[in-house]
Design a protein around this ligand. Structure first.
Ligand SMILES: *Cc1c(COP(=O)(O)O)cnc(C)c1O
Length: 359
């Protein structure tokens, strides 16, 4: 019997994707981005699967501490850095690298009285206008950090690309050029590329690459799927049929009756809803696999259920398997039908969805 909503995490696929990243960036070290519970895949299980990687990156201090408490000794970079002395103390205590992106952080290092050390990644803002320092602030921050005895030298350097998924934009090349020009006299290791950088911007490869979405087999581009980039999806989302019925012509289905049958229709009810992370915005016609065959979503997505058209599957019955995305149904396609991006779908998987390994 198939269980209600669960994901299967294919750890062989993630190893395949790492191999592809090595082919794209043969000279670079890899900082595998496993923030946000490894984009919904489970950060502890993904960290364990990535035992031969150079480093891991997370967004928050707590995500790094969770990995350390689970026994991971690999280098870990906290991309969001820290606020205040106590968080710095925790970064040091748990041996986590920190991104430094503000003058407030520089001042905390200057006032630090403890005995511990830390490795930092000073972030240049090359146009994203989110985290990072610009111009003279960046140069002064660098000099002030060089003078801090608690900071390991040389300081590592990074920036983040804002438009790397837009292959036609010249913004990325400008960001890369600004970064390279600004840090060229500094010795520390350098990092620019996210997944889109790894795939289409060879000038962004540098000493370290920071792939996230491509690790999980998903394309960072909205006009390409992972399979076209030789990537394999790591997560598949599964459920089962919990009811099968016929409705007459002219019947409205689901909340607000947003779909009305034109003829007698065989209808299936699937145990998946927005409380599991299936997107409420998914339109009529969004593909769903029932017994590995494509059928269409009908009506509105509810909290715990969706309804699908089983007209092409007269033999489908209660308990049969349903796949919402995975190997033969790209999450990129579901994202398009839901007017969102695969990132939000992956991160949106909720705690009630069980996670299973293939291995
Ligand atoms: C999330 C993140 C990445 C990874 O981005 P992808 O598009 O998922 O490859 C890389 N660098 C930074 C700073 C990030 O925040």
């Amino acid at each position: 019997m198939n269980a209600a909503a669960y994901t299967i995490i294919d750890l062989a696929a993630i190893k395949h994707n790492i191999q592809k990243i090595r082919e794209y960036a043969p000279k670079a070290k890899i900082m595998a981005v496993i923030k946000a519970n490894a984009y919904g895949h489970g950060s502890l299980r993904i960290a364990s699967a990535l035992n031969d990687i150079d480093a891991l990156a997370v967004a928050r201090l707590d995500e790094g501490i969770e990995l350390r408490k689970a026994g991971h000794t690999i280098r870990i970079i906290v991309l969001g850095g820290f606020v205040g002395e106590q968080e710095l103390d925790n970064l040091m205590r748990f041996n986590l690298d920190s991104v430094v992106h503000s003058l407030e952080q520089v001042a905390v290092f200057e006032h630090y009285k403890g005995q511990q050390n830390i490795t930092v990644w000073l972030k240049l803002d090359t146009g994203m206008n989110r985290l990072g320092l610009k111009d003279l602030d960046f140069t002064l921050a660098y000099q002030r950090l060089v003078a801090c005895s608690c900071i390991n030298q040389p300081i590592a350097l990074m920036t983040h690309l804002s438009n790397a998924d837009d292959t036609k934009s010249d913004i990325t090349l400008k960001q890369i050029a600004l970064f390279k020009q600004t840090v060229k006299q500094y010795q520390g290791e350098k990092s620019i590329a996210n997944s889109a950088g790894v795939i289409v911007w060879p000038d962004s490869l540098s000493d370290w690459v920071r792939p996230g979405i491509m690790l999980y087999g998903i394309s960072p581009f909205n006009d390409k799927e992972g399979a076209e980039l030789a990537l394999k999806p790591v997560m598949s989302l599964h459920s089962r049929l919990i009811a099968v019925k016929h409705i007459a012509a002219g019947e409205a289905v689901g909340y607000a009756g947003s779909w009305v049958s034109e003829q007698k229709t065989r209808l299936g009810v699937v145990a998946i809803g927005y409380a599991d992370g299936y997107p409420r915005q998914a339109k009529n016609g969004t593909p769903v696999l029932v017994n590995k065959q494509r059928v269409a979503l009908l009506g509105r997505v509810s909290m715990d259920m969706i309804t699908v058209d089983l007209s092409t599957q007269p033999q489908a019955k209660v308990g049969d398997s349903v796949i919402l995305w995975g190997e033969n149904l790209a999450i990129e396609e579901i994202a398009r039908y839901s007017m969102t991006i695969p990132y939000t779908l992956l991160c949106g998987i909720t705690a009630r969805v069980a996670i299973k390994n293939t291995d």
